[in-house]
Design a protein around this ligand. Structure first.
Ligand code: SF4
Length: 364
């Protein structure tokens, strides 16, 4: 992914972010038109496949077990119910499904095997599959790639400097390592941040600077506004003005002309006009559906109406990259083979015992 070298310092990014708003939007719209079809906006769906009970302490997250929020913890969804939800999202116009699990990290267990099967199944539906499962190592990334994963989401959230104010259970460096592991496996990277957590503008551009410093910056950069949830440490944060979202989207667009900038959480607090300015300034995707993991989001129908009014067209899947090929997973195949063998042995034992007639013993 190419970056705009004119904005590879904190100072230049700050200057850009602080430009008179309409000039900034105009400049971003100009860049957007050079690299993207400005009428196309991808509709993506975000599905919480395992909810709550997370051991991490991300200050914005209602799924952290240590905070007392209304989120009810749920075990991993079944593969069949994920397929059903994916079909529903596709029927409503989504071309990408992001599956999120509230895990600190991926573990090599049956749950991960199930996620692998979900990835294969959703890729078979011709949707771009993205996963956000916490930290992962290179082998796990390779399994996901092999299953047909298109993108891995792992947000840096904010600048290196501000990160520790919001999260203490893992380091910025850990996040960079996971992103690196996704890259090494050949998976595209989706990574962005949240604004409105009490950070300074320097931290917002500091986040972008972290991506600038990457050898291969993300293909997809989601920009979220904090949704302050009762019971989390950030519950009292005042909602940010939508102008800040527009500035952040526009600055990201200009700095990363080729990336897809995603207008993500916080849209319920924005007007349609505010969102329209974000599309003008280069947002190329929204999350559709009434839930964003656990927080509210506009309904499919509201978004369809907005698309109609603004003359937007839902972007097709794989417009920015080839559809990955789902290959059989060696671990799952070996397990299935073992299970089949065991079932065969049990069936044989049953037949043998059915034919076995014990000798009659007469007691005199
Ligand atoms: S953001 Fe993810 S890692 Fe952090 S607490 Fe929430 S579910 Fe856990």
């Amino acid at each position: 992914m190419k970056v705009n070298p004119a904005y590879n310092t904190k100072e230049s990014l700050l200057e850009l972010y602080n430009k008179p708003l309409l000039e900034l939007v105009f400049e971003a719209a100009t860049v957007h038109r050079q690299f993207h079809n400005p009428r196309e906006v991808q509709m993506s769906s975000l599905l919480s496949i395992k909810t709550g009970g997370c051991p991490e302490d991300c200050g914005y997250c209602p799924q952290a077990a240590r905070y007392h929020t209304d989120v009810e913890a749920h075990k991993l969804m079944t593969v069949d119910s994920v397929i059903e939800q994916a079909k529903n999202a596709k029927a409503n116009g989504s071309s990408r499904l992001c599956m999120g699990a509230a895990w600190r990290e991926v573990r090599d267990n049956k749950d991960f095997d199930n996620v692998i099967e979900m990835v294969q199944a959703v890729n078979d539906l011709d949707m771009e599959v993205c996963c956000t499962l916490g930290m992962m190592n290179e082998d796990q990334a390779k399994r996901l790639k092999n299953a047909g994963l298109f993108a891995y989401n792992h947000n840096l959230d904010s600048s290196k400097e501000f990160y520790g104010d919001v999260i203490s259970t893992r380091e910025y460096e850990d996040r960079l390592n996971t992103i690196d592991n996704a890259r090494k496996a050949g998976i595209t990277v989706c990574s962005g941040g949240i604004i409105g957590m009490g950070e300074a503008i320097e931290d917002r551009v500091g986040l972008l600077l972290s991506y600038m410093e990457m050898e291969n910056p993300p293909e997809s950069i989601p920009i979220n506004a904090l949704v302050a949830v009762e019971g989390t440490p950030l519950e009292d944060q005042k909602p940010i003005e939508q102008w800040e979202m527009i500035r952040m989207v526009a600055t990201t667009r200009i700095a990363f002309p080729e990336a897809t900038v995603r207008l993500s959480a916080g849209r319920t607090k924005m007007t349609m006009e505010g969102q329209a300015l974000c599309f003008m300034a280069g947002a190329g995707s929204i999350f559709a559906g009434d839930k964003l993991l656990t927080t509210p989001n506009p309904e499919f129908n509201e978004d369809k109406e907005m698309f109609q009014i603004l003359g937007l067209i839902p972007k097709e899947a794989f417009a920015d990259g080839e559809k990955p090929v789902s290959k059989p997973d060696p671990i799952i195949e070996a397990r299935k083979e073992k299970e089949a063998q065991r079932a065969k042995e049990l069936a044989e034992a049953k037949i043998a015992s059915a034919g076995f007639s014990p000798r009659k013993v007469t007691v005199s």
